[in-house]
Design a protein around this ligand. Structure first.
Ligand code: MTE
Ligand code: MO
Length: 330
């Protein structure tokens, strides 16, 4: 790997460009577990470079040059704003499977064990599979993405996630031509998620995206936060992040991803469809029936900020909605 300069990790091209994901998948368990071990090792030792056999070459389309800060900003992979302090991200959460009190989620979820976690990916795909977190990292090594996060309740943060583009997982399972939507499901286990004893929502929590939204390069399956594995309160071990949508679309602690033909039911939309749409694109011009969406409280700041159309990701994602009325389809 002489051609890979030894520079700080955060300046490196997304790690998946170093190898051909498909050939690792085809190589099966042996190659897979070698790289999984390497990937895990790197995960906990971020300054250590992992050797990938030089015979494994990235396809030309993935051999991108190193990205400058300007390119990362242009892609929306970074924002031009300071990250919210870690203790605030860890101390103020929505995760109704544990408690509806935002300041208490961290304590309530502290003992949540995720050893041996597996994600089923099935439905309208040629190659359904069940993936451990290590195996997800083999499909695509974690990359850092610093995104704005805007809750429908009008508070916001800037969060340094790590994870893999959902598109890389979906490519690996090969959606059929009938697949038009992706449905996601959180774990259902009231013995481990005590909030599920109460009927505040229909459990399990479910979410969904149109397939093209799911394939967008900004859509992240996040397995880390502030360069550590995902903490329980933020959706350990794997949750969805779609930065141009309201936070409730970012389903936590995912156990199943299913490719489907029709728009799937989603938890908050089922709870109150006039308040929480399927699309839930951040839009300062479409108010919630009970409050304005024009401004937001950035956690840790005084005063309020103006909310940005599509949460500031208009340049990257507006094309997904051309010809669609985002006031009607909110
Ligand atoms: N399974 C599940 N996922 C969930 C929620 C939840 O209650 N259960 N809350 C959602 C809401 S409303 C928001 S704003 C974000 C909050 O993510 P955070 O706590 O990591 O900031 O998670 C979303 N994902
Ligand atoms: Mo939210």
């Amino acid at each position: 790997m002489d051609d890979i300069p030894q520079i700080p990790e955060r300046e490196i091209t997304p790690p998946e460009v170093y190898y051909n994901r498909r050939s690792w998948m085809r190589a099966g368990l042996t190659a897979g577990s070698v790289l999984a071990t390497a990937s895990l090792y790197r995960w906990f030792n971020p300054d250590v470079k992992v050797e990938v056999p030089p015979t494994v070459k990235a396809p030309l389309s993935l051999q991108k040059p190193l990205e400058s800060e300007a390119e990362l900003l242009a892609r929306g992979w970074r924002v031009n704003e300071p990250s919210t302090a870690e203790h605030r991200i860890l101390g103020y959460n929505n995760f109704y499977e544990f408690t509806t009190s935002k300041y208490d989620v961290a304590d309530a979820a502290a003992d949540f064990k995720t050893d041996g976690w597996k994600v089923i990916v099935d439905g309208l795909v040629n190659k359904p599979g069940t993936f451990t977190i290590d195996e997800l990292h083999v499909i695509s090594r974690p990359q850092e993405r610093v995104y704005r996060m805007r809750c429908v309740e009008a508070w916001s943060m800037v969060i340094p996630w790590a994870g893999l583009p959902l598109a890389h997982l979906l490519e690996a399972v090969e959606p059929t031509s009938d697949a038009k939507y992706v449905a996601f499901e959180t774990l259902f286990d009231p013995s481990r998620m005590p909030g599920q004893h109460s009927a505040v929502l229909d459990w399990p929590y479910v979410e969904g995206l149109r397939l093209d939204e799911a394939m967008h390069p900004l859509t992240l399956l996040a397995t880390g936060l502030y360069r550590k594995p995902m903490p329980p309160q933020d959706g350990a071990p794997v949750r969805l992040v779609i930065p141009w949508k309201y936070g409730f679309k970012g389903i936590k602690s995912i156990v199943r991803i299913k490719l489907v033909a029709d728009q799937p039911p989603t938890s908050w939309n089922q709870y109150a469809s006039n308040q929480y749409g399927f699309y839930a694109n951040v839009n300062p011009d479409v108010d919630h029936p009970r409050w304005s969406q024009a401004t937001e409280q950035r956690i840790g700041e005084l005063g309020r900020r103006n909310t940005l159309f599509l949460n500031g990701y208009e340049e990257q994602v507006a094309g997904l909605y051309s010809g669609m009325d985002l006031r009607e389809n909110f």
